[in-house]
Design a protein around this ligand. Sequence first.
Ligand code: IPE
Ligand code: IPE
Ligand code: MG
Length: 252
Amino acid sequence: MLDKLFFRKKSHEQKWDINDNIPSHVAIIMDGNGRWAKKRAMPRIAGHHEGMKTVKKIVKEANQIGIKVLTLYAFSTENWKRPREEVDFLMKLPGEFLSTFLPDLIKENVQVRIMGKKELLPIHTIKAVDQAIHKTSENTGMILNFALNYGSRDEITEAVRAIASEIKSGTIDPSQINESTIERYLMTSELRDPDLLIRTSGEIRLSNFMLWQLAYSEFWFTDVLWPDFSEDHLRQAVSEYAQRGRRYGGLK
Ligand code: IPE
Ligand code: IPE
Ligand code: MG
């Protein structure tokens, strides 16, 4: 029985024996870069740089597992509070990441997207992500969705504002508003809700991440710092997810 529930990797190829119960959408709060660097007496930005390497590994592994959507929390609407030097570095990372990794993403049929307040990002960051979105837009494989300058309260606020103006112009009647209406105005309108949320670094909180969308997601927390997060950790999270019973308020 247990054998059936666990994913087993074949020794000679990167395939799962059992394909059931793989989470379609995995969202990750990639946390702990700063502490990783501090432990090594390195500047925080060195941790972010190392974290970028983890992103490459995990994207490839997620694609091989058969995950359909991978959402990565890369920069929150609250992260602007950090020192200027750190923010500047973080804003350069998408460009650096994509300049080295975009050919791989294209080859692996991955489609890049972003969600967040894009217009407030520096021009060079917008250019880098726009180019990646454009060059991968025809890809039909895994969606790699970066949450960049993303905040869930901001997202919900914007949705409320948009719905209010539709009401004002008469295109929506308040009595027609239901959950699907709200979902249509969120940044995830084209995506299903995450099945599995992973947060690294031992923090047990959401930090303003996908508050609406995570209503019935399975959570998986680890003390491992993001730069140390490996393919094996992802596989462990996915295996544990496969054994959980999701009830959505009903009975099994
Ligand atoms: C996560 O690592 C990356 C971002 C938030 C951009 P942190 O920078 O938050 O690392 P810690 O939490 O300080 O260790
Ligand atoms: C959440 O991590 C944001 C990202 C991972 C991008 P933070 O490190 O910013 O969260 P808090 O401040 O510890 O809640
Ligand atoms: Mg943190």
